[in-house]
Design a protein around this ligand. Structure first.
Ligand code: TYC
Length: 99
């Protein structure tokens, strides 16, 4: 029996939480700082101060973590940010990586 109470013939009992994935923004020379701050607030729930801090980290260090989520949630965030950036004709890149 796994930890959802479901009987399983071969699958091992799930003992670990689902693997988490970082969502990162990458720096570029063209996307306005203000647009990145809006993305961080709108899609990652950061307040303006935290959003500004993450944006400046990406700007100076090349990349920065927006949040850490289960795989499907992380993939949705990446797709939403990429769509939003393209709609506004900015080259902003959002990627995910497993922890
Ligand atoms: N480097 C950009 C600029 O100077 C700002 C920027 C920050 C772009 C973070 C992308 O993920 C990014 N306008």
């Amino acid at each position: 029996q796994n930890n959802d109470g479901v009987e399983l013939a071969k699958n091992p009992t799930r003992v670990k939480p689902p693997p988490m994935h970082k969502v990162l923004l990458l720096n570029d020379d063209f996307t306005p700082m203000e647009f990145v701050v809006i993305v961080l607030q709108q899609f990652f729930g950061l307040d303006r101060e935290r959003a500004n801090r993450v944006m400046l980290k990406v700007h100076t260090e090349g990349k920065g973590v927006c949040g850490v989520y289960p795989k499907d949630v992380a993939a949705t965030k990446v797709a939403q940010v990429m769509d939003f950036s393209r709609q506004h004709q900015h080259p902003l890149q959002c990627v995910m990586e497993e922890n």
